[in-house]
Every structure is written in C-alpha cells, then in structure tokens.
Design a protein around this ligand. Sequence first.
Ligand code: NAD
Length: 500
Amino acid sequence: MSNFSNFIGGSWRGSDAARLPVDDPSTGEVTGSVPDSGAAEVDAAVAAARQAFETGPWARMTPADRATVLRDLASALEARFDDLVDGLVADTGCSVRMCPMLQAGAPLAHLRDFADMAPLLEKPVPYPIQSTPGFGQWELHREPVGVVGAFTPYNFPLFIAVWKIAPALLAGNTVVVKPSPLTPFGLDAFARAAEEVGLPPGVVNVVHGDRVAGEALVASPGVDLITFTGSTAVGKRVLAAAAGTAKDVILEMGGKSPAVVLPDADVELAVRGTLFSSMMHGGQACVATTRMLVPDSRYDEFLEVLRARSERLVVGPAADFATDVGPVVSQAQRVKVEKYVSAAVERGARVLTGGERPSGVPDGGHYVAPTVLVDLDNDNPAASDEIFGPVLSVLRYRDVDDAIRIANDTQYGLAAAVWSADLERARSVAARLQGGLVWINDVAQADVARTPFAGKKQSGVGTELGPDGLFAYTKVKSLYTALDDNLDARPYGAVGSDWE
Ligand code: NAD
C-alpha cells in the first residue's frame, strides 16, 4: 500500500486529516491513500514556500543556475524511469504502450526544454521604448511573481505538473502543488527527485487533498499566482475565488475539440488520427478531437471505416502491452461516461460501435468500450459537453461554412484538427477555427515545451508553455535611472514651478 504524505518545507509530513483512498483503475483495487488536507496543511506549505522565496537562495540564483537544477531533476527522474512508468501506469490507467512517452518521458523532455529557455530571463532585457535622451535610461527586469499555487488534473499528473513547476522554478518562484487525489504518484515521485537533487527546502511543496485544500490554496493571502489545469467548471470557481485577493491566474481547462474532415480528406488518415486522439488514454486527454465533422457526401464511407477501425481497438488493463484503450480513472468517471452515452441515445443518437461494458476485462476495473456515436446534433450533450471517456461523436455537415459554424458552436476553444488533401484550403479553414492549438492532417503534435498553449473561450485564461508561458511566471519591473543631477531640467525644479 502506498500511503502518500505531504512534502512541506523539504520534509515528509504526516497529517491528522482523514485519508482519501487511491485505486488502480485497471483492477479497482485500493492501492493506497492520500491525506484529505485542509487549511492547516496548506498554510504550512505556503509559509514554507514564502520563507524559501523571501530568504532562501532560490530567487537570487541566476536563471542559468536554476536551469541546471531543472536538468538535474530530469536526470533524477530518468534514473528510475522504469519505476516511474510502473507507478504512473498503475496510478493513471494509461496504457503501458503510451505511458513511457506520454506520462513519463514527456515531463523529462519538458524539464530540459524549459531549462534551455533560461537565456530568455537574462537581465536586464532591452526596453522596447527609447530611453529619454540626455536624462535617463529605462530597463525592463523580469522578476519572479513569488509563491505559485499549482493545481493539476488527474489525467497527466506528472506531465502537467512539470508544465507549471518548470517555468515557475526557472523564473525564481517557489511552488505549492495540489495534485488530483485520484493520481498522487507523479507528484510524489517529483518531490522525491527534488529531495535527491538538493532543491532548497520550501522551493517545491506538495499538499495532497481535494476541494478543501484547493479552496484554501486559492484563498491564501500568501500565494501570488494561481496556475490551474482541470475542468472548466472548477476553473471558473478558482477564478472567482482568486478575485478575493486579486491574484494572477492562469487557467487551462476543458475542451470538446472538433476534427473537421474536408471532402477531399484521406479517409484512413483522418479516421485513424481521430480515433487515436479521441480514445487514447481512455479518452481522457483535454485536446482530444471528440467531435468529428464529416461531409454529407462521404458520411456513409467514413462510418464504414470508423466502425471497422474502432471495433479493432483492444480494451484492457493498462499494464497489458496489447491494450489500446485502458480504463477510465474511477468508477464515478465510468458511470458519468455511460450516462452520457445512454442520454445521447435517448435524444436520437445511434451507437455505431461500443456503448456497452466491454467483456474479457478484469472485474472491478473502470472499463468503457470505445464508443462511436453517430446521427446526433451538435446540441446533444454528447456532442457539446466534455465527456472525458472513450466516446467519439460524429456530426455531418452540408458545406464548409456549415462545418465551421458547427465546429465553433461550443463554449470551448482548446484544439482542433483539419483533414484535407489541399493544404491551402486546410489552412484557410484552420484560420477560421476557434482553437488555441490547431493541427492540419495530424493530432496531438507539440514541439516539446516550445509550443505555446492558450485555450480560447472557456478553455483557458492566459498562456502555458513557450516563451509566453514562461513569462507568465514573471512580473515586469520597469526601472528608470536618471543620468544627470540637473535639477533645473526637471519639472519639479524649474524656476517658477509650483514645486520650487
Ligand atoms: P478537476 O477540475 O476536477 O480538478 C482539477 C484540480 O482541481 C484537482 O487538483 C482537484 O482536486 C482540484 N479542485 C477540485 N475542486 C476544487 C475547488 N473547488 N477549488 C480548488 N481546487 C479544486 O479536473 P480533473 O477531473 O482532475 O481533470 C480533468 C479535466 O482537466 C478535464 O476537464 C480536462 O479537459 C482538463 N485538462 C485540461 C488541460 C489543458 O491543458 N487545458 C490538460 C489536462 C486536463
């Protein structure tokens, strides 16, 4: 059993809080627990982070020296890569074929990629306005914001933690992270690596728990910036609560991303890409293209290929190498997904494949068969809401304007894909789609940490990743230095001025 502890001020702390069970999604077996921390644990972690920021060495080190520590953290995690993969497979239910790259490898690459961005923080940055000739000079300094409160979702626990911790640390901040209580292993592994590389105490703190700990962290006057990844519903609550202390806020939230298939698209490419995007990791990826828009003229042909391909997907335990689609994270998530499917059918949708509990999988695991819903409208909740399970909704359209209207008719604006043999045409459609990340003839691509990620509409506030995502963890200080001491030249020193 893994009974996880909070990591506060460089030490592992027990807690009097009640504990929340953690299970293995592939079997449903309880594998451990986390403390359901409250205000006391959060206050201790924020105080440790504050002290480390105000009086410790971290904020005073150079960006290049902090980058060296990020690389050390990547190496420490890499040194126990196999354990990391095993732990993340059991924790998240992500299939062992995807997990090494998606859950374990990508965070290491991102730590190193952020480290390479250290030169962007060298000071002072040349100021973009002209210095006042003969009087003074301006400089722009990028300073750390202070104490960062970070929230991570259950689906990519280590990966998304690194999206936040790496730029926050590189910029000189200290961090309190509250991971999802469903998948605590990734942050535990990160804290152990931090301990091993000698990160100064209090620079990274991990407080396990759920809503109560989350609310305490958002409300804490000792926290300067909140960075949240999770659902749109919770993100909006976080945004409202952060207003109480006027904190800076970065939000990366939910999505219901369209895959717009143009009439000349390659059917195999579009179907296989869209099925991968929507079913991978049990359909629990924020950028999954879960609404496939297919032209009337090729609807039947696409359904044929979709049926054949989705029926071949193997559902099974995450640790089984043959598994294409693993379980969803919890029993509650499985019930939620199943309800969406049955409600969609009640409102007129047809199940092309899936729709039932899969057979031949371990009892107790949280399995959902890969499900393709067809003949539904965009206002069917299965087409408009983020389900976060292996469910693809296929919508038909008349012409390209109709496709773009349907694609954008959503509260979300996270990602989108366009499939077409005509790249010029695909680019003109991509330009009209409301998504922060748009792919042409592919899915799930990113240039490590260099690709900025900024959800539009109710998918995001602010930017993560890329230089903009790094600068989000800084505050600008504009510094002016007078270059002479000529009182007469100043408005408050001129003869006859009111200030004389
Ligand atoms: P969630 O919103 O339920 O939880 C996210 C985090 O917020 C967790 O740590 C949770 O414990 C905490 N939390 C819950 N209630 C809170 C409250 N009232 N105050 C403060 N914190 C609170 O999300 P989830 O179910 O863990 O993750 C799935 C969601 O995350 C999906 O909507 C998915 O699209 C989204 N996601 C978005 C991105 C992105 O980059 N846009 C990436 C991954 C996941």
